[in-house]
Design a protein around this ligand. Structure first.
Ligand code: NDP
Length: 329
């Protein structure tokens, strides 16, 4: 395993981490969760990602039971949660001091831990002043219930504002962001956050490195029955896959598979390793609905050294593969 500092903080996260969105509860039971978490840990993974909204709290319960069963030293791993969608009531959602406080305590109980290593604001809340959220996060840190707090899918301006309040009020600023990042979705990490890496020292734990599985290439043959794209409650993913943009991505995945073949690796491994070529990525959060996928994906680190300038250029050539302009006679 390779370890990377979370932005300018002292925390070293494994370059590959493991998350539970969609999978835990919907596709993976207690036994499968403990098996995959053990595989990840044995491979050097030290960060396990979760959120209050995943399976409406069930994902955290499953992870909590697995952590208890596995019995790892609490100082050998990091676990996260995210606050935003905790229920339907007005006090059960968003980033008010009230919900940030309640959601943190509920996550601690479900995960059966005394503190969260990383705690994220799952989305920006335009109804709550950012100063209120910064104060609430700072207080959780002061109480020892959270070690590092961060954001997910906030804009660079929103993160900058949070830093401004923290500086002015002598509070703890956000350490990390959790944005989507993969071969198809790049703007936030590569462009928007550029100004946040040096001064504020932003770290990034990135999600959906395989674009929900499209970057395995498996959807060029249709949607397998046992895939998340076939789950009724995730129909929005399937709609995205079947859209014109989704189909364009499926076609690009097929082209990218030729590069993977040349490197004697799978497309999933190539796509994960590609994320790690960006030094601003602190950790790539892997998702897997079964152990064989995780075994394959954890081996992506071996592919990283093969991604030289020539290979990266070939990948860019495919990703920028705009339709030819009409020929003029
Ligand atoms: P990916 O894009 O890597 O998708 C993972 C899914 O792709 C798997 O569950 C599986 O789905 C399929 N897959 C993975 N590996 C293989 C393989 N080798 N062969 C075939 N199929 C494969 O990541 P996720 O979208 O799961 O995101 C990863 C983590 O990021 C989440 O668990 C969560 O912790 C975090 N996240 C955070 C978000 C945020 O808003 N902050 C949003 C989304 C995720 P299947 O078998 O069902 O086809």
């Amino acid at each position: 395993m390779q370890y990377r500092r979370l932005g300018k903080s002292g925390l070293q996260l494994s370059a590959l981490s493991f998350g539970s969105w969609v999978t835990f509860d919907n596709q993976v039971d207690d036994g499968g969760a403990a098996e995959m978490m053990a595989m990840a840990y044995d491979a050097g993974v030290n960060f396990f990602d979760n959120a209050e909204v995943y399976a409406a709290g069930e994902s955290e319960r499953i992870m909590g039971r697995a952590l208890k069963q596995l019995g790892w030293g609490r100082d050998t791993y990091c676990v996260s949660s995210k606050v935003y969608w905790g229920g339907e009531g007005p006090t059960q959602r968003g980033l008010s001091r009230k919900h940030v406080h309640d959601a943190c305590h509920a996550a601690l109980e479900r995960l059966q831990v005394d503190y969260l290593d990383l705690y994220y604001c799952h989305r920006p809340d335009l109804q709550t002043p950012i100063e209120e959220t910064v104060r609430a996060m700072h207080d959780l840190i002061a109480q020892g219930k959270v070690l590092y707090w961060g954001t997910s899918e906030w804009s660079a301006d929103q993160i900058t504002e949070a830093h401004g309040h923290a500086r002015a009020l002598n509070l703890t600023p956000p350490t990390m962001e959790q944005p989507q990042y993969n071969m198809f979705v790049r703007d936030k990490v590569e462009r928007d956050y550029k100004r946040l890496y040096e001064g504020p020292g932003l770290g990034t734990t990135i999600w959906s490195p395989l674009a929900s599985g499209i970057l395995t290439g498996k959807y060029s043959a249709g949607i397998p029955d046992d895939s998340r794209m076939a789950l009724e409650q995730y129909k929005f993913l399937r709609d995205g896959l079947e859209s014109a943009e989704g189909q364009e991505r499926v076609a690009k995945a097929q082209e990218l598979a030729a590069i993977a073949a040349e490197l004697e690796c799978t497309l999933a491994q190539l796509a994960i390793a590609w994320c790690l070529t960006n030094e601003r990525v602190s950790s790539v959060i892997l998702g897997a609905s079964r152990a064989s996928q995780l075994t394959e994906n954890l081996a992506a680190l071996d592919v990283l050294e093969k991604l030289d300038a020539g290979i990266l250029e070939s990948i860019e050539g495919i990703l920028d593969n705009k339709p030819e302009p009409p020929q003029e006679f």
